[in-house]
Design a protein around this ligand. Structure first.
Ligand code: NAD
Length: 364
């Protein structure tokens, strides 16, 4: 079992990573002050419910917790205001009070959605993250919770830190291969922004990660969570440093919006976005390996590195401008300067970005 802490003063919390943790959930809940006197609501999606909900709910009931459950449709479309409203109704029906907790059992969609329910219900109640995807090593740490608006992703949200993150590696064994690959995108990102040796390790061990080898997975997720925790501990509310976590996300979010949420998976969109950022890095004088290594590590993880031809460049540019409210001529971008190091550039010419998005269709 691996353990680390997100250091945020009185909002600090642990991340536990290991095999079989779901079966010990009751003890962890007690240890971290989750009340047995008030009901809990586990929020999950239909895919995860079929595989892991009964285990978690019965383990907690056996420890005398009162447990209600809510199952939402799988996929990005559940991160919506109407789903928030339905879940608040569910929480009211189940009698959740100010001492209750919401438990997010699932990937990033469930984590973001359930976290926002916890942040807004009765002006904020406790919540616990039980991530079940690789990508959720990123989304379950750091307290950003949100739903989407049809015009922009994650635009309605809050900062709301969990009480703990309980990451059972065994749950990952049931992940579909496409979601395994998508999740590796954020793992690689953590190497690219912070830790050169880890970025190379991801390339060298991509086969083991794709095969869900527990040792490799445990190591990679611990590393990824450590980078996220280190960054968030220094800048919880994204005043400066935290923005480096957005490597690849400016283009990536626009691709997700243009494709229609859920068509291109988050990690796939971010992978293409990171290739774009690497190309931007070259314009600022970064060594060629920033591009070649980024591309080869992502390709080894089975991720897309090329923009599909059917994407409309005008629509992508419009979505980017909308998402971040950039000025007319310049944009803010996280740009790699070396493998493991990035800088935030605040005056990137829009014309450069457009050229790079066009070039992304021509990648080999
Ligand atoms: P997801 O939650 O949709 O999960 C991917 C798919 O895997 C879904 O179909 C889900 O039902 C299924 N699934 C989940 N766990 C499973 C399991 N153990 N076995 C079988 N199937 C399983 O998507 P995701 O890739 O985990 O997360 C993407 C979301 O995360 C996006 O909405 C993105 O915006 C968000 N995100 C948030 C942050 C943050 O800081 N809050 C960071 C990165 C990404």
């Amino acid at each position: 079992m691996r353990e680390l802490t997100v250091n945020l003063g009185e909002r600090s919390y642990p991340i536990y990573i290991g095999e079989g943790l779901l079966l010990e959930a009751g003890a962890y809940f007690v240890k971290h002050g989750i009340s047995k006197k008030s009901p809990l609501l586990i929020i999950t999606d239909e895919n995860v419910a079929g595989k892991h909900l009964d285990t978690l709910a019965s383990v907690l009931r056996n420890e005398d917790f009162t447990v209600a459950t809510a199952v939402v449709p799988a996929g990005e479309s559940s991160k919506s205001l109407s789903m928030l409203e339905q879940l608040v109704a569910k929480a009211l029906e189940a009698g959740l009070d100010r001492k209750s907790a919401i438990v997010a059992l699932g990937g990033g969609v469930v984590g973001d959605l359930a976290g926002f329910v916890a942040a807004s219900y009765m002006r904020g109640i406790k919540f616990v993250q039980v991530p079940t995807t690789i990508l959720a090593h990123d989304s379950s740490v750091g307290g950003k919770v949100a739903v989407n608006h049809p015009l922009a992703k994650n635009i309605i949200g809050a900062f709301h830190q969990p009480e703990m993150v309980l990451y059972d590696l065994e749950t990952l064994q049931s992940l579909p291969p496409r979601d395994v690959r998508s999740g590796l995108s954020e793992v690689v990102k953590h190497g690219l922004i912070w830790d050169e040796a880890f970025a190379h390790w991801c390339g060298e061990n991509a086969d083991r990660l794709l095969a869900l080898e527990p040792d490799a997975l445990g190591y990679a997720l611990h590393k990824g969570c450590s980078v996220k925790a280190a960054v968030v501990s220094k800048d919880e509310r994204e005043n400066d440093l935290r923005a480096i976590l957005n490597l690849g996300h400016t283009i990536g979010h626009a691709l997700e919006a243009v494709a229609g949420y859920g068509e291109l998976l988050h990690g796939e969109a971010i992978s293409i976005g990171m290739i774009g950022s690497a190309k931007l890095g070259l314009r600022y004088g970064a060594p060629e390996e920033v591009y070649t290594v980024t591309k080869s590590v992502l390709a080894k993880c089975g991720l897309p590195v090329k923009l599909p031809a059917e994407f409309d460049v005008d629509a992508i540019m419009e979505a980017m401008m909308h998402d971040k409210k950039f000025s007319e001529n310049t944009m803010v971008f996280v740009v790699p300067t070396a493998i493991g190091t990035v800088e935030i550039k605040r005056d990137v010419p829009v014309a450069w970005v457009r050229e790079i998005v066009e070039q992304l269709k021509l990648e080999a």
